[in-house]
Design a binder for this molecule. Structure first.
Ligand SMILES: Nc1nc2c(ncn2[C@@H]2O[C@H](COP(=O)(O)OP(=O)(O)O)[C@@H](O)[C@H]2O)c(=O)[nH]1
Ligand SMILES: [Mg+2]
Length: 311
């Protein structure tokens, strides 16, 4: 099969001075001569990249960002397929402002911009850094909740070149995927994919949130009937225990699956047949039904009424 040709218009967005131009210039390498498109306040550069048999031309648009150009922005976004949303890890405000940049991408492109990669730039400035990975991920989860979109996130440094090529490789991979072309890109753990229903990977936090939801729901249900706080506390404690147990099981399943996937990959590669012997016996994972029964019984004992019916 012969390869195909693609032209992708990619937008570099984000507040002024976060490093958009530097990222573009770093990616273009030496010899780059940009043509400054004064009319729309954007710089433009183009680069050809080979993905397997497929030839991709990136048109990289870098918004100059001045307010004076606000009215011309539509032509910047028009026909764009993807955006890098860049912030400066030294400045939390540039992270939270990405919310506005996402809106701009969506509204001004009339929905054609659908692929988003967030870059925490200037990661080389370790001493003055103010945005941790955790903070970034937490904020991106809010973006996901607000937009329903999936975001990729990684740190970059236009100064050292860290992850700059990787960011564009990932971009190409995501865009080709939309054309049903699968390209392998090896992503380190430090690249996050954050999308709807993916959770944060932070089990403790998710359990806490789950408990809170359950508590609120049960409070609402029984609030009219029981007012004695001692009894409520006992009930809440039981619920917490049950949820924690479930979380531990989930964690265990996750670990086993990860191991299994690694081993299967090894077998497929024909290199690690011996590992099969190292595989633990499959763990029997079952949600203990008696938990639920016990809770019901306890509830009836304490409150003397039938338990809240399940949905
Ligand atoms: N240390 C460091 N400085 C950077 C990095 N990226 C950009 N800068 C500096 O930040 C300033 C703004 O960069 P620029 O690319 O013009 O930002 P733009 O306004 O978003 O296009 C310049 O002084 C750059 O040299 C980086 O990764 N590390
Ligand atoms: Mg610039």
């Amino acid at each position: 099969m012969s390869g195909k040709q693609f032209v992708f218009k990619i937008l570099l967005t984000g507040d002024g001075a976060v490093g958009k131009t530097s990222i573009r210039e770093r990616y273009m390498g030496k010899g780059f001569t940009g043509s400054y498109l004064k009319t729309i306040g954007a710089d433009f550069a183009s680069k050809k990249v080979q993905f397997g048999e497929n030839r991709v031309t990136y048109q990289i648009f870098d918004l100059a960002g001045q307010d004076a150009y606000v009215t011309a922005r539509k032509s910047f976004y028009k026909g764009g397929q993807a955006a890098f949303l860049v912030f400066d890890v030294q400045d939390p405000q540039t992270l939270t402002n990405l919310s506005q940049w996402v809106d701009d991408c969506i509204n001004n492109s009339e929905g054609t911009v659908q692929t988003f990669i967030i870059l925490g730039n200037k990661a080389d400035l370790v001493e003055t850094r103010q945005v941790s990975n955790e903070m970034a991920v937490e904020f991106i989860q809010q973006l996901v909740a607000k937009t329903g979109l999936t975001f990729y996130y990684m740190e970059t440094s236009a100064k050292t070149g860290m992850n700059i090529d990787l960011a564009f490789q990932l971009m190409g991979q995501r865009l080709l995927k939309k054309h049903n072309i699968d390209i392998e890109v090896e992503l380190p753990d430090s690249v996050y994919e954050i999308g709807p229903g993916m959770g944060s990977g932070n089990v403790e936090k998710e359990v806490a949130e789950a408990v809170e939801t359950v508590v609120q729901a049960s409070d609402a249900l029984i609030g009219g009937i029981y007012t004695e706080s001692g009894k409520l506390n006992a009930k809440v404690e039981q619920l917490e225990k049950a949820v924690l147990k479930l979380a531990k099981k989930t964690d265990l399943i996750d670990k086993k699956l990860t191991k299994l996937v690694m081993i299967v990959k090894g077998i497929v590669a024909g290199e690690r047949k011996g590992d099969l012997e190292g595989l633990d016996q499959p763990t029997k994972v079952e949600i203990e039904e008696e938990d639920e029964a016990a809770i019901k019984a306890q509830k009836q004992k304490e409150f003397g009424v039938p338990p809240i019916p399940k949905k």
